[in-house]
Ligand binder design. Structure first.
Ligand code: GLA
Length: 699
């Protein structure tokens, strides 16, 4: 059996050997499921610390993140070190059995750094140098910033590498800073030089003959600063790649310093789901445990499925290994315009949802609600009003529930559906000046995923080009950039009998955002058996589609296309739906190209929800995909509205996010891990409640 602690021994930057931790209850960071949150004792008088720890114990907290924003407390003047308070805090926590995720406080430098070294402050695309007074005011390219951050990480690690409370290291916070200043320009040029070798290669890749942009040397190249009109999309794309890599350099420098100073615990940083600035595929192999911050908007009708998608992404980034929900809110956040809170029941449901989808820890921002500063109205496990509150009682209940989920820790979620997503493709697809800005990668990804979610089918999010063996269905909602290797993997999947479904406006461009020449999708034409010649925005009024009478699984009702359509012709694929009107009248809109037992489906438009569901359900059905309850997916037979069903190892999670009681048929009589109650085969789940079911009683 391999425990996460062993993973810390691996060489930084290499993906650890994956392991199946079956039914042992050995989670990411020790026994069972972690529970806790950000703890910022430096923001409070010492007198509160004992009360904090006492209440943490009461709530079942076993992991807290300490020190994320404590740089000015540790280093109030250049070179000074004040660690005594931290010694005391770590000892206090350890004395009560609470483990620490110790942070390098490098996301928020003290004011003196920017005053002494203005070049450490970032410059935005308008050329404005940002000031201190908030947080995140650093340039990832600044040598001086990086050196100060590294020095602090070294001293922290030297002091605490062997402290028994420290179970995890947390480098920086939510990496995502962008900088367009002169040091960034220098780093960007170096990055480009490494990528292209010569300026001629860069000119060629970027197509700089357009608008007289030909560069004579790398010294002439700038970040995409504010300019009179549209920026070269290849320049923007490379700047995004560079910016993600530059942040990764900052992370690595601190991580390697911590390791070199003798720390053996796992090292991580907190991701942010589908966060535009950072390509988490390239980061994933650099952290020892995937950790994520999740703040779904309670006002969104799709919050539950969108969050499930993020959670599946996190599991996938770690190759299926358990991950950590590092931050979420127990009630309201304070950074939206109108901060609808979630109830403690909803917070509980989302916490169980994370565990269902592979998390071995559920933490919150933050432990004690801030009295001062911009986040004073952000919820916390311990609110301003104290422990005699709904929220704190909710935290206690959650702590007790999570303790009962020990048998799930370390377990895996088995997904037979892969869904392609990649940051560079997303970046390139969102550049302005395209057929329509109404077409969004993330929105399409979420719509497609929602169909799976409503059927209780988990998916792995897959980086294009990755091995697709093991997937019986592969979905490609919108891969705007498609490289030959990724196209090959899709072809191989179909030849192994998989069902592959490709969405509109995919396979459009190469790695440098240049449009592939020829009838599209150039690299997939043979696979999908259709080819196209024109992409176009569709009118506001939905365009009707007519379904082929021979399509046996054709859904009932009226169907339409909107946003974007393609002028296609079939080169051998079965045409399942055709545009009934408008400039594309008579052209195929949905097709299927059979290859033995496999098939490649193609959508030549953004089709209405019901038709999208019908196509994906048919592909799932044809591939024999089962839902978490063990039944084969059947077209039109979704789970009750709002009900989420996930299997993780021996446990079946039922989560009712809906407004109605959900009635369902279980595969057997089971026991709820949280209450140990026997649950009959025909069961009903009240809104906002959850069951975590296993066979046999636990006590
Ligand atoms: C992020 C940060 C935290 C806090 C929360 C508030 O997740 O990491 O420091 O600001 O947002 O929601």
């Amino acid at each position: 059996m391999k425990r996460f602690d062993d993973v810390a021994e691996r060489v930084p930057g290499q993906t650890p050997e994956t392991s199946r931790l079956s039914g042992t209850g050995s989670g990411t960071l020790g026994d069972g499921i972690c529970f806790g949150g950000d703890y910022n004792p430096e923001q409070w008088p010492r007198e509160t610390w004992a009360e904090d720890v006492e209440l943490m114990v009461r709530a079942g907290v076993n992991l807290v993140t300490v020190g994320v924003f404590s740089w000015s407390t540790i280093e109030p003047s250049p070179g000074e070190r004040r660690f005594e308070w931290l010694d005391e805090v770590l000892d206090l926590l350890h004395g009560s059995g609470i483990a620490v995720d110790l942070a390098t406080p490098t996301a928020s430098p003290p004011p003196w750094l920017g005053i002494r070294y203005p070049e450490t402050l970032p410059v935005d695309r308008d050329g404005v140098r940002l000031a201190a007074g908030s947080r995140n005011h650093y340039s990832p390219a600044s040598v001086v910033y990086r050196e100060h951050a590294r020095a602090l990480a070294v001293d922290l690690a030297r002091r605490y590498a062997k402290h028994p409370a420290v179970r995890l290291w947390h480098v920086g916070n939510e990496y995502g800073e962008l900088d367009y200043g002169d040091e960034a320009a220098r780093e960007f040029r170096g990055w480009l030089q490494r990528r292209y070798g010569s300026i001629e290669e860069l000119n060629d890749a970027w197509g700089t003959a357009v608008w007289s942009q030909g560069y004579g040397s790398f010294d002439e190249v700038l970040p995409p600063r504010k300019a009179p009109y549209l920026i070269n999309p290849a320049q923007s794309l490379d700047f995004r790649r560079y910016s993600s890599d530059q942040l990764l350099t900052c992370f690595r420098e601190q991580r390697d310093a911590i390791r070199a100073a003798g720390a053996t615990q796992p090292i991580t940083t907190n991701f942010m789901g589908f966060f535009p600035p950072v390509d988490y595929w390239s980061w994933a192999g650099e952290v020892d445990v995937i950790a994520d911050d999740q703040y779904p908007d309670p006002a969104s009708p799709h919050a539950a499925s969108d969050t499930a998608l993020v959670q599946d992404l996190m599991r996938s980034l770690g190759d299926g290994r358990p991950w950590l929900l590092m931050e979420q809110a127990i009630g309201a956040v304070s950074w939206r315009k109108h901060n609808l809170p979630r109830s403690v029941d909803e917070a509980r449901l989302n916490s169980l949802q994370a565990v269902a989808r592979g998390a071995d820890g559920v933490c919150f921002f933050q432990w004690r609600q801030a009295r001062t500063g911009p986040e004073r109205f952000h919820s916390a496990l311990l609110p301003h009003a104290g422990a005699d509150t709904e929220v704190f009682r909710g935290a206690e209940r959650l702590g007790a529930d999570l303790k009962r989920l020990r048998p799930v820790a370390g377990e895996r979620v088995d997904a037979r559906v892969g869904i392609l997503f990649d940051w560079p493709s997303w970046w390139a697809a969102e550049e302005p000046a395209r057929p329509t800005e109404r077409h969004s990668t993330l929105e399409q990804l979420r719509r497609w995923y929602r169909v799976l979610w409503r059927h209780g089918v988990p998916a792995d999010v897959v980086r294009p080009g990755a091995d697709l063996r093991g997937y019986h269905v592969v979905l490609v909602p919108h891969s705007y950039l498609l490289e030959p290797r990724a196209a090959d993997r899709l072809r191989e999947a179909v030849s192994r009998s998989a069902q592959v479904v490709v969405g509109a406006f995919s396979g459009v461009a190469d790695a440098n955002a240049g449009i592939l020449q020829g009838r599209f999708p150039v690299l997939l034409r043979d696979l999908v058996g259709v080819s196209g010649e024109e992409w176009m925005a569709l009118p506001d009024e939905p365009t009707p589609l007519s379904l082929d009478a021979g399509w046996d699984a054709a859904p009932r009702g009226e169907h339409s296309a909107s946003v974007l359509g393609e002028r296609l012709r079939s080169d051998g694929a079965d045409v399942l739906a055709t545009f009934g009107d408008g400039p594309l009248a008579g052209h195929p809109a949905v097709t299927r190209n059979r290859h033995g037992a496999g098939a490649a489906w193609y959508l030549g438009a953004v089709v209405s929800d019901a038709l999208l569901a019908a196509v994906l359900e048919a592909a799932l059905h044809d591939a024999g995909i089962e839902n978490a309850l063990g039944g084969r997916v059947r077209p039109g037979k979704q789970l009750p509205d709002g009900l989420e069903v996930v299997r993780r190892g021996p446990a079946l999670f039922l989560l009712n996010h809906g407004r109605d009681t959900a009635e369902l048929e279980l595969p057997a009589t089971l026991h709820d891990l949280m209450t140990n109650e026997r649950i009959d085969r025909a069961t009903a789940l009240a809104p906002g409640t959850a069951l975590v079911l296993i066979e046999g009683r636990t006590t």
